[in-house]
Design a protein around this ligand. Structure first.
Ligand SMILES: Cc1cc2nc3c(=O)[nH]c(=O)nc-3n(C[C@H](O)[C@H](O)[C@H](O)COP(=O)(O)OP(=O)(O)OC[C@H]3O[C@@H](n4cnc5c(N)ncnc54)[C@H](O)[C@@H]3O)c2cc1C
Length: 444
């Protein structure tokens, strides 16, 4: 008899995991709280997008979806910063040919659910909320769409139910379960830059736009139909904060002061601001991710704040690594799950740290001349010495090297670059005889 896997949560990681397990011949049951997006997705609704990069693409390749997803993506080759008076500066993300991809969250989830639905060994149940789990007997309690309470069980159970996971909540009740949840003092609100005439883009379509303002910022990512999804990250309290933006006059004054160049492109600003909710920014860490035959995957295991654009990419990489381990060790779930958490926890913690650090970089440092100099030197080193030097951003975004390696290498890169600037060598970067030995020295 085939083994049965139960997946709780049919978001990005749950639906990808369903496909991987189905390909390996398991019977898969997936329970999702929301309705079936194959029948309910609203055409013309608000677009929310995500930056997809190498780790996520590699995972999508495993299930044959990468090309289809990238066909509907917009390449973003770098950051474009908007100063308070509307001056623009650019920072490329990598060397020529390296870019991240703006993809529609709903479109990507839909593609994954559609593909999962094509496998006869996948059964998906929507409007089904998990409320409880029994970690000892491999079962979970589900409230179905008609309000019935049912028990579901499998040989292997996965919690892919996001940052506020019901499965993780049950794990928290067990002995020696480590858990931390940290909220930023910032929230976020999604807004929109509308398309120009005939669906044209009103600002550079191939950039991730940032309006860095020190203590807060707005970013914008392009959508296929010519609009940009803007996200304002702002404190809950304080002089410039959500607490002080309660009516049309205060909202307009704030935006005209800090984001004046964007305001004419945001005709629905006040309405969107009033209607759209404020999202929380939370980092969740836990250890272990596996108890008996239950395993956490994706945000359920590691919610991170979005400033490195890696939450989904990391979640997809969880699924890919898990699938590689299944390929090697199936049906030995003890080995598969043990290796999975050993490999992933350390890396999830590393990208969680890097995401926190990048928040300061995006909202504040990117607008400062000394940081621009740092970035310029870093970019030159990448260009001139690709065999010897890779930036942390490259290692995280255009690579599948472990996040923990990218984290430690980033620290060494920083020391190297500040030393080059201090010694005045930033004007002599083409001098291979001096620069290569220095790169080697700082790598150790
Ligand atoms: C503002 C913002 C911007 C972001 N930008 C990026 C980006 O650019 N790049 C990137 O890589 N990542 C980004 N992320 C992170 C990314 O959204 C998440 O990492 C990703 O969605 C995680 O996927 P997941 O499937 O693990 O969780 P989710 O996408 O949260 O999916 C969880 C699913 O489980 C369901 N569920 C929840 N509870 C239950 C329950 N009790 N029973 C049944 N079902 C349940 C939910 O309905 C949902 O469908 C961003 C996040 C935010 C907040």
């Amino acid at each position: 008899m085939k083994e049965k896997a139960v997946i709780i949560g049919g978001g990005l990681s749950g639906s990808l995991l369903a496909i991987c397990l189905a390909k390996r011949g398991l019977e898969v049951e997936l329970y999702e709280r929301r309705s079936d997006m194959r029948t309910t997705i609203a055409e013309g609704g608000r677009s929310i997008n995500l930056a997809l990069s190498t780790r996520g693409i590699e995972a999508l390749k495993k299930v044959g979806l990468a090309d289809q997803v990238l066909n509907d993506a917009i390449p973003m080759t770098g950051r474009q910063m908007h100063s308070k008076i509307g001056e623009l500066t650019n920072q490329p993300y990598g060397t020529d040919g390296q870019y991240i991809n703006s993809v529609s969250r709903a479109g990507l989830n839909l593609k994954l659910v559609q593909l999962a639905g094509e496998y006869p060994n996948v059964k998906m149940f929507f409007n089904c909320k998990c409320t409880d789990a029994n970690l000892k007997n491999n079962s979970a309690t589900i409230i179905t769409s008609d309000g019935a309470e049912i028990q579901v069980s499998g040989d292997i159970m996965f919690g892919t139910d996001g940052a506020f996971s019901a499965i993780r909540s049950e794990m928290q009740k067990t002995n020696r379960f480590n858990y931390s949840q940290t909220y930023e003092n910032y929230g976020y609100k999604e807004l929109e830059i509308v398309p120009g005439k005939n669906g044209s883009f009103q600002i550079d379509q191939n950039a991730l736009h940032i309006w860095p303002r020190g203590e807060f910022m707005m970013i914008a990512l392009p959508n296929l139909e010519g609009s940009f999804t803007c996200t304002l990250f702002l404190g809950y309290e304080g002089a410039q904060s959500f607490a002080n933006l309660k009516d049309e006059a205060s909202i307009l004054e704030f935006f005209n002061t800090y984001f004046a160049d964007a305001v004419p492109m945001m005709p629905n600003l006040v309405k969107d601001f009033m209607e759209n909710p404020i999202g929380n920014l939370v980092t969740v860490r836990c250890n272990p991710w596996v108890i008996n035959r239950f395993a956490l995957v994706g945000d359920a295991a590691h919610a991170i704040i979005p400033f490195y654009g890696q939450g989904m990419n990391c979640s997809f990489e969880d699924v890919k690594d898990l699938d590689d381990l299944i390929e090697q060790h199936y049906p030995n779930w003890d080995v598969i799950l043990d290796e999975y958490q050993k490999a992933r926890i350390v890396n999830a913690n590393a990208i969680a740290d890097l995401a926190c650090k990048n928040f300061v970089e995006m909202r504040d440092l990117v607008g400062r001349p000394e940081f621009m100099k740092f970035k310029h030197v870093e970019h030159e080193l990448c260009d001139l010495y690709p065999e010897h030097f890779q930036s942390q951003y490259e290692l995280v975004t255009f690579n599948t090297t472990p996040y923990s390696y990218a984290q430690s290498q980033g620290g060494k890169n920083e020391a190297l670059i500040y030393s080059l600037i201090e010694q005045g060598l930033d004007t002599d970067l083409e001098n291979r005889d001096i620069i290569i030995p220095l790169i080697q020295k700082y790598k150790q």
